[in-house]
Structure formats: structure tokens, C-alpha cells
Write a protein that binds this ligand. Structure first.
Ligand code: PGA
Ligand code: ZN
Length: 442
């Protein structure tokens, strides 16, 4: 063991805590030699991509098979032993160690949940040792010199798909306050839209409650009704659709389709890849939509290429389940012009270094990037710090209710305040997004 410093790992401890769906999840404390401590919690997806780092769950009867005692045992024995004495500033080296210790391609032995919570806790410990906030620690360290920008929020208003028992097929009906001039203004506008949507739905008997990410769980007769409600809510909030606030969709098409066949239960339609592609292009033409995530299934490469070809010049086409935050997948897709933006999800990659590699690959390719939470979340706000520190220019954490969501928006506000966010504090729209006046309905 080398010299002991304030950066030397003394202890790695995992414990079971609970996520926003009431399921067990993994929390890790990394304690350093002179007392600094970093803590992080693994989130969990529901509409997961098949190429994601695999969570380690115990199976069996306890808590529906979701318990994480195996992952915790791995942290408290193998991972603790491997990391003890290491310098927390060597994030890449630590992440490499974790990968090698796991030894599988999909991180299933120790568990992607054990690995990402450890990897993030290591980073938190490094910032704690320096006594500075995480975003600030990341800025200079990772070469993003201008840390003074806040990402543009993408906020869910209506929740569907796997997060609302398929009540509406499309998973996320979201808004992006493209005309806001600061992070806090973007949230002010969002609060009004969220309130307007609630009133609109409850006044018309279409409100069931909220879905997993806090968006309203609607009783709709068709998927398109969701788009009309968004437009109406934006207008009722006093904003102009498209100009102030645009629409963004996460289709999460892998949930209702595979092998290029799609079944939209709400619209009572079964369609092939061209059919779904055509439906979405039609929506893009008729509504102020600036971003579409996973428009086709993760196995429908042809469809993704075709959709990107059709609308990619004016709309952000985001790969989530398709990329699973993997640099190799991103690089392969770039060659084929499939999608033009990536959803960056640390727990899909399994370590922070791999997450950063996927983000870096997107920037090199000129792709857009959105750092994102999962549908199963906690009070952990690490991704907000990663977004600011790395310079990821969009942030998606779910809706505008439920504390596991609000903790992240609120953390963004605190960071904005400490940066004395200026008028230029919010990043300009991604190059892939259309200029505001490009919409025919304006
Ligand atoms: P998930 O949903 O966390 O259930 O995968 C989020 C998303 O699809 O973007
Ligand atoms: Zn998604």
C-alpha cells in the first residue's frame, strides 16, 4: 500500500435502502482515511434495454424477488477488499478494477447496481475530500473548463407505457422549455404547465393519478390525445407551444414491439416498422415536437436509420434502449446515421468512466446528449452534478412532482444560484434541434 492520504479509501460499505417504487436498492458509502465520505444510490429502470449492465437481484420470494442481499455482500467483501487503500481520485483505474473484478460482459456477477453505486460513491468521496461540490470537482478535472452552464430540462407531463400499466402506449409525453433563458425560468414555466395539465385532465374526468415518474396517468382514448393535452396545457399556462415550450416524446417502442412489429393497444392498431415510423413523422409534422426518444425498437436498426433520415435534420432523435450508454454502440450507429442524440444513463453503463466515454463519443460525433434518471429513483442527485460538471446540455429526471424527481430539479437550482447563473446560463439548443421559427404553425 502506498502512502496514506486524505484520498485513500478506508472502507466501502453497502446497505439496502428503498427506491421510489418501494423496491430494495443499493446504497454505498465510501469512507476515506481522514474521514471524508461519499455516498450514492443505484437507480433502477423498468423499460430496460437488453444491452444494459444487469442489476443483481436475489430472486425468490422476498420483496417480489427484488432484494439485493447478493449485491450488498459483494460490496462488503470483494469490492471493499479490492478498493481499500486505493486513491479515490483515480476514478478510471477504480472503474477498471471493478470491471475486472466482475469479469462478465454485462456486469451480472457483482451486479450493475453494486458497481454504479460504488463508482458514484467513489466520485462523491473525492469531491468531499476536496471539500467542494461534485459539479465543481468534475469541471476542471475532466477538462470541461466552463462549468458555468446548466442543462436544459426535459420534463415529463404525462406518463404511460411500462410506467403506467400501459394505460397509454407512449411512455413519456414531455415538455422542453426551449425559450427559457435560465434553468430557474425553465422550471417556473414547467410548474405552470404541470398545473394546467392537472386541471385540464381532472376537469374532463381523465385523471387517474400519477405514474412512476410523477407525470399524470391519463385515461385517454388514443395516444394522440396526449399531444393535444400538452398543447392545451402549454397554452393555458400562457406560453406559446413551439416557441416558448416544445414537445418531446419518449416512445420506448421496445416495450410494445419487437422484430419490427408494433402493437399500439390504445389506438387498437398493429403496425410494422414503416407504419410506426409514418405515424411518428406525421406527429412531427403536425405538432411542435423537437425530440423523439427510442422511436422504434432497439432491434429495429433499419427503422431507426429511416426515421433519422426522415426527420433528423429538424428533430432530435434519441437512442436510449438502443445505445444503453455504450460508446461502441454509439460509434457504430454514427457510421450508419442512426439517431442523432444519446440518453446518458450511468446505471446502464455500470461505471462512471464508461458513462463518460459514451458521452464523450457523442460529443465527438456531433450527437446531442441528455443525462437522465431512471423510472425507479431515490434522493440521489448525482446526475445533476454530472450534467453540470461534464457539460451535458440536457437533463431528464421525470416529472414535476414526487421528491425523488424534485430533489434533482432543486439541486439544479442550488447549483445555478451558486454559479450566479447569468442570462447565458442555460445552454443554447443543441445543433440538432430546430430553430424556433422553423415550425410551420408559428
Ligand atoms: P426506465 O425509463 O428507467 O424505466 O428505463 C426511462 C426511459 O426510458 O427513459
Ligand atoms: Zn427512454
Amino acid at each position: 500500500m502506498g502512502t496514506l492520504t486524505k484520498y485513500t479509501i478506508k472502507n466501502v460499505h453497502g446497505r439496502r435502502v428503498w427506491d421510489s417504487r418501494g423496491r430494495p436498492t443499493v446504497e454505498v458509502d465510501v469512507t476515506l482515511r481522514y474521514g471524508a465520505m461519499g455516498r450514492a444510490i443505484a437507480p433502477a429502470g423498468e423499460s430496460t434495454g437488453s444491452g444494459e449492465a444487469v442489476e443483481r437481484r436475489d430472486g425468490g420470494k422476498n420483496f417480489g424477488g427484488y432484494d439485493v442481499q447478493g449485491a450488498l455482500a459483494a460490496i462488503n467483501t470483494e469490492i471493499h477488499i479490492a478498493l481499500k487503500g486505493k486513491d479515490v481520485r483515480d476514478q478510471e483505474e477504480i472503474d477498471r478494477l471493478l470491471r475486472e473484478l466482475d469479469g462478465t460482459a454485462n456486469k451480472s456477477r457483482l451486479g450493475g447496481n453494486a458497481l454504479i453505486a460504488t463508482s458514484m460513491a467513489v466520485l462523491h468521496a473525492a469531491a468531499a475530500a476536496e471539500k467542494i461540490p461534485l459539479w465543481q470537482y468534475l469541471g476542471p478535472l475532466l477538462g470541461h473548463s466552463d462549468g458555468s452552464v446548466l442543462p436544459l430540462p426535459e420534463i415529463q407531463i404525462l406518463g404511460g407505457g411500462a410506467h403506467a400499466a400501459g394505460r397509454v402506449d407512449i411512455q413519456d409525453f414531455m415538455v422542453i422549455p426551449v425559450g427559457a433563458s435560465s434553468f430557474s425560468e425553465a422550471l417556473n414555466w414547467t410548474a405552470e404547465v404541470y398545473r394546467a395539465a392537472r386541471n385540464l385532465l381532472s376537469d374532463t374526468g381523465r385523471l387517474y393519478g400519477v405514474a412512476d415518474e410523477g407525470g399524470f396517468w391519463p385515461a385517454f382514448k388514443s395516444n394522440e390525445e396526449g399531444l393535444d393535452v400538452l398543447i392545451c396545457a402549454i397554452e393555458k399556462s400562457g406560453r406559446t407551444p413551439g416557441q416558448d415550450i416544445a414537445i418531446s416524446l419518449d416512445i420506448a417502442a421496445s416495450v410494445f414491439g419487437s422484430k419490427r412489429r408494433y402493437k399500439l393497444a390504445r389506438d387498437n392498431q398493429e403496425m410494422d416498422s414503416d407504419g410506426l415510423c409514418g405515424l411518428l413523422v406525421d406527429w412531427v409534422e403536425r405538432y411542435p415536437i423537437v425530440s423523439v426518444e427510442d422511436p422504434l425498437g432497439e432491434d429495429d436498426l433499419d427503422g431507426l436509420i429511416r426515421f433519422t433520415w426522415a426527420v433528423g435534420k429538424r428533430v432530435q432523435v434519441v437512442g436510449d434502449d438502443f445505445f444503453v450508454t455504450n460508446a461502441d454502440r454509439l460509434n457504430a450507429a454514427v457510421k450508419m446515421s442512426a439517431c442523432n442524440a444519446i440518453l446518458v444513463n450511468p446505471n446502464q453503463a455500470g461505471t462512471l468512466s464508461e458513462t463518460k466515454a459514451a458521452f464523450d463519443a457523442s460529443q465527438k460525433a456531433g450527437y446531442g446528449a441528455i443525462i437522465s434518471a431512471r423510472s425507479g429513483e431515490t434522493e440521489d442527485a448525482t446526475i445533476v452534478h454530472l450534467g453540470v460538471g461534464w457539460g451535458v446540455n440536457q437533463l431528464k429526471v421525470g416529472s414535476f412532482s414526487r421528491s425523488e424527481r424534485m430533489v434533482k430539479w432543486n439541486e439544479g437550482l442550488r447549483i445555478a444560484e451558486s454559479l450566479h447563473e447569468t442570462s447565458g446560463g442555460i445552454l443554447p439548443l443543441d445543433g440538432n434541434l430546430p430553430p424556433r421559427n422553423a415550425f410551420p404553425w408559428n
